[in-house]
Design a protein around this ligand. Structure first.
Ligand code: MGD
Ligand code: MGD
Ligand code: SF4
Ligand code: MO
Length: 695
């Protein structure tokens, strides 16, 4: 056969982080040959990162899952038999229906990671149609604190607008040069810096972004809300706030002003380790820049005080007049596409809010997923009711959730576990049935649906999947038809793509030709319509505090975990630029860049402990210990160490879940103490100690 010539196709990067860079992909003989940035990309204008460029390698590993599997030995023993698709789907359906009959539909939980594509919403639909209110996802530590606190405070999720000129970027616990976020790509922020925007970085680590900053505040981990309250204090005391906006559009300003009087830069300095002068300077710079974009990151959501941290930052955006202004923090409006509620058939479960496991624990209204800590209580203790079955996709809980030991117990305890995956992971290895999935480049998909960034991205199929791999949405469509009335499901699963697009007037192939759809830019809508809160204003003081048992004002009460002289260092982490959380450790070109997990330790601290660069170190908290390789570097504070996340070893023993205990950060975390609003555990800011590993 004549060799095919390379053909260049357009798509958007996916499932490597949450970014969404537009790509030009070179395809030849059903293989991805090369990936590069599309200069016309709306979010990236040609930019890509290394892992995006090698993302085709995810598809070709010889050990990729290619056939449906059924557990042959005991759970977790690593013994499998190949079965047909019909057998896998039938068996899964029978088990889930058996559990439903015995305990009710809510005894089956549906597991997802962070939304990666359309399958996330098909999963919610599957749960709704099945009758279970329980979607377990890591939203407790990823976006829900920011999104829902935004919605409760100002009626929307305020995202930094890098598409319009901004005078200053305040990067708070965010690390865009390493970790692109939904709709927020490093290149857009860098463009703004090139055009003269100033940069303030709030981060306990001196990141590359911090190196480029006009001002870097190295705060003590776990004190974000104290620092933000200090900013509010300076801005109000020095009358630097936007008077007109505050008068017309905020509720409770005078009370907030009284409340933050106590957070003087001097007091805040004692809590945060940041000296008073830089606090004053940063607050003034932020307040005086018109507009300023606050790029808030994941780390503010990683301890029990997430609600206070997010609240204080929304108040900061508001009083400086940065909400809903171009180059500030905006409400991104969706294009004309199908609403989420309709897509997931929310109408079928009107009592979901009250029925969900989380409701029993009094989580904040509008949190529509179950925090993993509460899911495990339901499995292991039957609180508030038993959960016995699990169907999971796009997630690896054994490594990704806090307190891996409890996760292991919960998965071992369940009556039935089905997982869809690309590769055998620690969690997949605890399943009864495994579905092999087709992946990015092999499926037609829509990106960024339902995540509040006001756009959807085309991710068309470019190559065929190998062997028997199938798209997640097909698997769930087929499972759904076995679990419920066929009317809820499509003859052709790709109709789901058309459903989303129908209101726009585009077919999926027309959408692919267009590349993306974006909602209208609507700035300062509050001038006509107010804010979508009970008072119609930004609620600096929460009017619903009494009703929902929330705090009226953000405050700093305690560190996430008590100080402990036995554990004198503070443990934090930052996501790796080469991996998405626990994913893709098996991709060679990524693994070459980061063969082993690395913990950053300050030279003084390393010297005190007799540790040299490259040596193995034991990291220990009250909850467990792991081993990682020392990287001696002054980018961390002497009292802080930053360990790598998400580690397991695909080359390790399958019967031992690929060494899931050895270097996995979440062996060091706990779910004893949880934030009330979102059920968030302390993923960071944990007292710890280190020692040389002696073998
Ligand atoms: N200690 C600590 N814990 C954390 C965090 C932290 O910072 N510190 N971060 C938290 C955050 S922000 C998040 S979002 C979570 C992430 O939690 P998860 O989403 O559970 O973690 P990932 O490692 O991204 O796991 C994704 C899994 O999905 C698989 N996968 C990828 N694409 C597909 C697909 O198309 N279909 C299917 N079926 N599977 C696919 C991958 O192979 C991988 O095993 O972790 C949280 N856990
Ligand atoms: N390459 C890559 N990209 C990713 C991901 C990935 O795993 N890898 N994950 C995706 C996901 S799921 C998410 S949610 C986002 C997360 O992306 P980011 O929001 O950037 O989150 P992190 O990398 O967890 O942490 C960001 C910064 O917080 C700092 N930090 C640590 N502790 C504290 C603290 O106590 N206070 C403050 N102020 N800062 C602290 C860290 O030093 C780090 O520089 O990225 C997405 N993009
Ligand atoms: S930044 Fe994210 S979206 Fe862009 S190429 Fe890298 S992995 Fe892909
Ligand atoms: Mo996340």
């Amino acid at each position: 056969m004549a060799e095919e010539k390379i053909r260049w196709e357009k798509t958007h990067c996916a499932r490597m982080d949450h970014g969404g860079c537009a790509l030009l992909v070179g395809v030849k003989d059903n293989r991805i040959e090369q990936v590069k940035g599309d200069p016309h990309g709306y979010l990236n204008r040609g930019y890509t990162c290394y892992k995006g460029r090698v993302s085709g390698d995810r598809l070709t590993h010889p050990e990729r899952l290619r056939y449906p599997l059924k557990r042959a030995g005991k759970r977790g023993e690593g013994k499998w038999m190949r079965i047909t698709w019909d057998e896998a789907l039938d068996e899964t359906a029978q088990n889930l229906l058996r559990i439903k009959e015995k305990y009710g539909a809510r005894a089956v939980a549906f597991g997802a990671g962070m939304p990666k594509g359309l399958e996330h919403f098909v999963l919610i639909r599957l749960a709704n149609v099945f009758g279970s209110p329980n979607i377990v996802a890591s939203q407790d530590v990823c976006h829900a604190p920011r999104e829902l606190t935004g919605i409760h405070t100002c009626g929307f999720y305020p995202v930094a607008d890098f598409h319009n000129p901004t005078q200053l970027i305040l990067s708070w616990a965010s690390n865009l040069l390493s970790t692109s976020e939904e709709g927020q790509i490093a290149s857009l922020a860098l463009d703004q810096l090139k055009k003269g925007a100033r940069l303030i970085v709030v981060d306990p680590r001196r990141t590359e972004l911090a190196d480029r900053a006009d001002l870097w505040l190295q705060l003590r981990p776990g004190t974000a809300q104290a620092l933000a309250l200090g900013f509010l204090n300076v801005i109000i005391e020095e009358s630097l706030y936007d008077r007109d906006f505050v008068e017309k559009h905020t509720y409770g300003f005078e009370d907030l002003a009284r409340h933050v009087k106590q957070y003087t830069p001097e007091k805040v300095s004692e809590i945060t380790w940041v000296p008073p002068e830089p606090i004053r300077r940063a607050a003034r710079l932020y307040a005086e820049a018109k507009p300023a974009a606050l790029q808030w990151g994941n780390a503010i959501e990683h301890d029990v005080n997430a609600f206070d941290a997010a609240r204080s930052l929304v108040c900061l955006m508001a009083i400086c007049g940065n909400l809903e202004v171009p180059g500030g923090n905006v409400n991104a409006h969706d294009p004309k596409i199908m609403g989420l509620g309709e897509f997931v058939r929310a109408d079928l479960l009107p009592d979901k809010r009250r029925e969900m496991i989380g409701a029993h624990h009094g989580v904040i209204p509008r949190l529509m997923t179950v925090p993993p800590a509460f899911f495990r209580k339901a499995v292991l203790e039957g609180t508030p009711y038993p959960v016995r079955g699990y169907y999971g996709m796009c997630t690896n809980p054994l490594v990704a959730w806090a307190d891996s030991t409890t996760t292991y117990k919960a998965f071992m305890d369940l009556d039935f576990v089905a997982v869809s995956e690309i590769f055998m992971t620690p969690t997949a290895s605890l399943a009864d049935i495994i579905f092999p999935v087709a992946h990015q480049f092999e499926i037609n998909d829509i990106g960024h649906y339902g995540i509040g960034h006001g756009m959807i991205l085309a991710r068309p199929k470019l190559v065929d999947p190998p062997d028997e791999c199938r798209p997640d949405i097909r698997i769930m469509n087929d499972l759904g038809s076995r679990l419920s009335a066929p009317e809820y499901w499509h003859k052709d699963f790709e109709e789901f793509l058309e459903d989303v697009l129908r209101p726009s007037g585009f077919t999926y192939s027309e959408f692919v030709a267009k590349g993306y759809l974006k909602g209208p830019d609507r700035f300062r809508l509050h001038r006509e319509q107010g804010f979508r809160t009970p008072t119609g204003k930004v609620e600096l003081k929460l009017s619903t505090a009494g009703k929902f048992k929330l705090k009226e004002f953000p405050e700093f009460t305690t560190l996430p975990e008590e100080e402990d002289p036995e554990y004198p260092l503070i443990l934090i982490s930052a996501k790796s630029r080469y991996f998405l959380m626990s994913s893709y450790r098996w991709v060679e070109r990524l693994r070459e860049k980061r063969p082993r997990p690395v913990v950053e330790i300050h030279p003084e601290t390393a010297a005190v402990h007799g540790i040299s660069d490259g040596e193995d170190v034991v990291i220990e908290t009250k909850y467990g210990e792991i081993i990682q390789e020392a990287r001696v570097t002054d980018i961390v504070h002497p009292l802080t160490i930053s360990a790598a996340l998400g580690w397991w070893f695909p080359e390790g023993d399958a019967a031992e879940q690929f060494e899931w205990r050895k270097s996995n950060f979440n062996m060091l975390t706990s779910i004893e103490k949880l934030g009330k609003e979102f059920g968030t555990p302390n993923l960071k800011n944990i007292p710890c100690r280190i020692r040389r590993y002696m073998g």
